[in-house]
Design a binder for this molecule. Structure first.
Ligand code: ATP
Ligand code: MG
Length: 273
């Protein structure tokens, strides 16, 4: 598995008689941000739990090319001490992972919590707490980072801060496995995405590849008076349409690309909520 940080083959898990993951096969390359997308109940968190050895697969295999202390996790059940300060919490995590305390200040500045370092966790806002959880997940400079919906129900400003940090971590060669419902986030951050539906992977690729693969068969011409004409993506048809309206000024011509949410919907008949 050269250059692969994660490789799964026919990975499956059942809880009792309920099959939650059904033969999923995918790889995550070193240093990429891999988006694992799917609606609620698709099996995203379960996959992270198997990859981080919190659950054992029923059949199939998975290889993760990172030792336990080289992995960082941010998930729903990540916890911090509510009565301790931001600073003390991060020091505690640094000690746990035998990381030099000098990084505490660096990471707190990175997640923009340095000015709030003396606040108790119980007095933090939701966005601040999420940034602290992220700080705890990256304090030991993991080479592989699992993020289970890191920006779910955060405000746009905090979301943007987190996005910037994730792009910086990728530059520093951290591999990131990210689950999200937010297709714009996936499009913005991910090198590749996998669509998971009812425990099965229905598509994998770069956002660009998927948009081209499922591109609509038409082009949109918008004139200055805002009138839009949609024509088949065919030279003759486009020329004809342009000739027909050759007195009008054109505002834009673009091919009609679907976004990731539309692709998911067309593949599964389901919204990504
Ligand atoms: N320990 C368990 N025992 C029984 N069923 C489970 C267990 N863990 C997960 N499931 C079931 O597996 C399915 C997938 O759950 P999972 O948490 O992986 O979904 P998800 O894609 O992360 O959804 P969400 O977007 O809501 O977080 C759900 O139907 C859930 O009820
Ligand atoms: Mg989940």
């Amino acid at each position: 598995m050269e250059n692969n940080m994660i490789q799964t083959k026919d990975l499956s898990i059942s809880f009792g008689r309920k099959k939650v993951l059904n033969k999923i096969t995918f790889d995550v390359k070193e240093c990429e941000i891999f988006g694992f997308l799917g609606p609620s109940g698709a099996g995203k968190t379960t996959t992270i739990k198997i990859l981080t050895k919190q659950l054992k697969e029923t059949s199939g295999s998975c290889e993760v090319n990172a030792k336990r202390n080289e992995i960082g996790i941010l998930s729903d059940n990540s916890g911090v001490y509510e009565r301790l300060s931001v600073y003390r919490n991060l020091c505690f995590f640094a000690e746990l992972s035998q990381t030099d305390k000098k990084y505490v200040e660096e990471v707190l500045k990175e997640v923009k919590l340095w000015d709030d370092k003396d606040k108790k966790v119980e007095n933090l806002s939701k966005g601040m707490k999420q940034r602290l959880l992220l700080a705890c997940a990256i304090i030991h400079h993991p080479k592989l980072l699992f993020l289970d919906e890191p920006t779910a129900s955060l405000d746009p400003a905090t979301t943007e801060e987190i996005h910037k940090l994730l792009l910086k971590l990728r530059k520093e060669k951290t591999t990131i496995f990210l689950t999200t419902h937010n297709m714009e986030e996936a499009d913005l951050l991910c090198d590749r995405v996998a669509f998971l539906n009812k425990g099965e992977i229905v598509e994998v690729g770069t956002p660009r590849e998927l948009k081209l693969k499922y591109a609509k068969d038409s082009v949109s011409i918008i004139y200055e008076d805002e009138k839009e004409v949609i024509v088949k993506k065919d030279t003759d048809a486009i020329v004809k349409a342009l000739q027909k309206n050759n007195k009008k000024k054109i505002q834009s011509i673009h091919s009609q690309e679907p976004n990731l949410a539309e692709i998911f919907l067309s593949l599964t008949g389901r919204e990504l909520k």
